[in-house]
Design a protein around this ligand. Sequence first.
Ligand code: SF4
Ligand SMILES: [Zn+2]
Length: 311
Amino acid sequence: MEFEISNSVVKEYRPPKEKMNPWEPDFFLHEKEIQADGRIKPVNTIFLTNRECPFKCVMCDLWRHTLDEPTPKGAIPHQIKYALDRLPKADVIKLYNSGNFFDGKAIPRQDYDRIAGLLSSFEHVIVENHPKLIGRFITDFKDRLPGSFEIAMGLESIHPNVLPKLNKQITKKDFIDAVSFLSQADISTRAFILLNPPFLTDENENIEWCLKSVEFAFDAGVSACSVIPTRDGNGIMDHLRKLGEYLPPKLTALETVFDEALKLQKGRVFCDVWDLEKFSSCNDCIGARKSRIEKMNYTQTVLPTVECKCY
Ligand code: SF4
Ligand SMILES: [Zn+2]
């Protein structure tokens, strides 16, 4: 059955949204991540509260913790300070805003100076952004930072029947053009890639296209890829699952993709471990499997597989 995707259809299936305070970040955490030069560095990640992303991708649930109105001026610097006052020191900072850092209604451009001032002690800054939101405002912001700058962008999937249906409103060329513009401005990039996007329901094809998408992103010039197992729970994905248009990935498929993507040796590959239990059917080995993936995220090497009677 053909299911027509539009912004209104995506919104129609949504469960209620949470009420957010624009003066406090949604969440923040301290972690460690291996850098492009191979060194493991402390990273502060702040999930900012801001105006909802204007794109309405089918698989997205980031809108849950966003505002309906444009973010008030001054709120983002206030949130960053709030989080940094409570976080330990770190060399790297990720500002993730459930959308696009260079959407002026999400992160007001009048705040760039104050934001850059708060980030001045970090040697590397990472934000997320849509591949089509590219322009002078990016270099204007980057020029205010003393350290290096990186932008994470969703490529999602290069499958020809999937990417146009995700409502992401990008093509493969848009992604290549964005990476090329950014690299000319000395800005590094990373890609988010989905395992088991909606509209692809064959297990083997999902592994194959996830790896093809990782390879495509590296060939475009990204320095890292983050593989995200696609989840339901946002309303429309649950509906697509009922229609047989979405199949949750198995943990073993994620492991295969991670092993093979690392073996490409084209750049760093990370695997999202949030809510990993959702993709496992065995309580005996989930702990060991999760810890193997976490160690592989740090070491960027393929570790021995976990043996269990379940597989
Ligand atoms: S562009 Fe990103 S934040 Fe916006 S709807 Fe798509 S996945 Fe969600
Ligand atoms: Zn098991």
